[in-house]
Design a protein around this ligand. Structure first.
Ligand SMILES: [Fe+2]
Length: 318
């Protein structure tokens, strides 16, 4: 049996078991995103993770709710980050649905995507081409054959990391990518501005690892990548992969002295494992000249998320 047939069979069995994932959610218009001080906000972005898009119309509709919610707000949200595991099994039909939605909004908002293990584990070569072609289209970048990139939005630098080979769960980050991270962080933080880094996989011993998932960390280059991030001030690392929910595991301070913080974004498509487990929850970030604020938001239903671990504020170091 070929790998594709085997996976197809597994997908069908899984679908049959999960009728609840056919629910299509309505976005509320009653509770739009409101910034704490719109008049002085310098940059804002929304971050979701683990859309795990299957080839289903319901999932495609639910994905588009994020855009309905973002554009229901009077606030200007500059970018949407999707922290990997775009597709569930890595089939073309899944990417067609995902990018069919994202394409509609490409001229209205900056779109930053990266591959997760679900994108890379079966069809790395095919899927990295699909994803990076969209990165080029959306951001006008020349990425050559690379799977990582950076871009500046409103004068702030975003660095997007990704595995460079087929993996089951972890990422494989080559020395060139680590050097790229280093030089881009140096450039992005030189005027005292915060920098934002995104990768699907979080660092080992953060966000409840390894207890929450024995093999859920970045992998072999974990320590090297982390050491580079910790060298610079005001670095915010956005990741997914863990499906942790809104709980005490969302925030991990990587280096207190340098204000280097990791935020684990809950999974979008399915219920999460801890705390507020709702699907559709991500965080949005308001960046001011002196501080950065992350707030939880249910982009699937268009509602704020309240309670513990739904708001994190970081004063920027000079
Ligand atoms: Fe993942």
């Amino acid at each position: 049996m070929s790998a594709e047939i085997f996976i197809d069979k597994y997908v069908k069995q899984f679908k049959a078991m999960s009728p609840k994932y056919d629910v299509v959610y309505e976005v509320s218009k009653d509770e739009p995103i409101v910034f704490e001080d719109s008049s002085i906000v310098k940059l804002s972005f929304a971050a979701i993770a683990d859309t795990h898009l299957p080839d289903r119309e319901s999932a495609e509709k639910n994905l588009e709710n994020t855009f309905f919610d973002i554009f229901n707000s009077k606030e200007k949200i500059d970018a949407l980050l999707m922290a990997g595991d775009i597709a569930d099994y890595g089939f073309n039909s899944e990417y067609n649905r995902f990018f069919g939605v994202f394409d509609k909004y490409r001229n209205k908002i900056k779109l930053l995507v990266t591959m997760g293990n679900h994108d890379a584990r079966f069809f790395f070569n095919k899927n990295s081409k699909i994803v990076m072609k969209k990165v080029k289209e959306y951001l006008g970048l020349k990425t050559d054959t690379k799977t990582y990139y950076s871009c500046d939005i409103n004068g702030y630098t975003f660095i997007v990391l990704s595995t460079e080979k087929r993996v089951l769960e972890k990422a494989h980050i080559n020395p060139e990518q680590i050097a790229f991270l280093d030089s881009e962080l140096k450039r992005g933080t030189k005027d005292g501005k915060p920098c934002f880094v995104m990768c699907h996989q979080p660092f080992a011993f953060t966000h409840g690892l390894p207890e929450v998932w024995k093999t859920g960390d970045m992998g072999e280059q974990n320590d090297e990548v982390r050491a580079v991030m910790e060298k610079y001030k005001n670095v915010f690392f956005i990741n997914g992969h863990l499906h942790g929910g809104v709980c005490d595991k969302v925030e991990a301070v990587l280096n207190k002295e340098n204000n280097v913080v990791s935020i684990s974004i809950p999974g979008y498509r399915k219920e999460n494992n801890f705390g507020i487990t709702d699907a559709g929850v991500g965080y949005y970030c308001e960046v001011y000249s002196d501080k950065v604020i992350f707030k939880a938001r249910n982009f699937l239903t268009g509602k704020n998320v309240t309670g513990e671990y739904t708001r994190f504020e970081y004063k920027l170091l000079p």
